[in-house]
Design a protein. Structure first.
Length: 297
């Protein structure tokens, strides 16, 4: 288990996503910086400005920064939805229903743990991305355990149907044999009444018929026992399969919760919030300074 409580493969997937998020965050910060740089180069060309001119410049800057930040946040939300879609699609191939705990995304301790993890993974000068981190997307679970499980279940069901068909055939043969026995017994009684000297032959026919019925009965019992054993084997296999599915469901549910915690634990939101707080404080200071120059009523 790695620092985030995940196996090596899942941790590599998290690092891959964090690298993508850091790249997008850097683009957003560069865009915000360019907004301020454009203001300096295009508007701050004089030494003195009136209050109205300063307010106009700040309003324009606020509009541009607000639009850029809003666009980046919306794009981040859509990107996270696509990532969730990939995970849910993989889970549905296992017939699983994943659940999320949004309330746990504000856990400060976990946020700090992710921040430390990001720092340890991306601030080392010798850190190089591994081959697993360079994969363009998550590998879909189109093959492997799910397909093997489905094939096994289908094979067992097919074998069960064959046994049921064979059992019905044996039952039909046994019923026909019993009907034949009844008819022969009736015919034998009629022959005994008409011809007493054929009693020995009739007894021999009855013995042969009884032996045939006994053989059919043994075959029927053997087939029935085989069918019962195979049915029990199928039930045991289905129970084992169900346990395996529940185990995988629990593992995927845990992985989904952990991954959901990471989606909204990026530093972009905190950085923008700090910038907005600083800007609000600057506006308050400007307003206080301007109020000193306003004439009293």
């Amino acid at each position: 288990q790695a620092e985030l409580g995940l196996n090596e493969h899942h941790q590599n997937e998290v690092i891959n996503y964090m690298r993508f998020a850091r790249f997008k965050r850097g683009l957003c910060l560069k865009t915000v910086d360019s907004c301020f740089q454009d203001l300096k180069e295009s508007r701050l060309v004089e030494e003195m400005f009136t209050v109205d001119e300063v307010i106009d410049m700040l309003d324009g800057l606020r509009t541009v920064v607000h639009s850029e930040v809003e666009s980046d946040l919306i794009n981040t939300t859509y990107t996270n939805v696509l990532l969730l879609r990939q995970l849910f699609s993989q889970a549905e191939k296992w017939y699983l229903k994943l659940q999320t705990d949004v309330s746990d995304l504000e856990n400060r301790e976990l946020l700090e743990q992710v921040a430390e993890f990001e720092k340890s993974e991306f601030t080392s000068s010798n850190k190089k991305p591994s081959a697993d981190l360079m994969k363009p997307k998550l590998a879909p679970l189109n093959e492997g355990g799910s397909e093997l499980l489905n094939k096994t279940v289908a094979c067992l069901q097919e074998e069960n149907e064959k046994l049921k068909t064979r059992l019905r055939t044996i039952e039909t043969q046994a019923t026909a044999a019993l009907d034949e026995k009844s008819k022969l017994e009736k015919s034998l009684k009629d022959l005994q009444m008409i011809q007493g000297d054929q009693k020995t032959n009739a007894n021999q026919d009855i013995t042969e018929l009884e032996n045939k019925v006994a053989a059919l009965k043994c075959q029927f019992e053997k087939t029935l026992n085989d069918s019962t054993a195979n049915q029990k084997f199928l039930e045991d296999n289905l129970v084992t399969t169900k346990h395996d599915l529940l185990k995988v469901q629990d593992q995927l549910s845990t992985a989904e919760k952990e991954l959901e915690k990471k989606f909204q634990q990026t530093a972009a939101y905190r950085n923008m919030k700090e910038i907005l707080i600083k800007k609000n404080e600057q506006i308050k200071d400007l307003r206080k300074k301007l109020s000193k120059y306003e004439p009293e009523d």
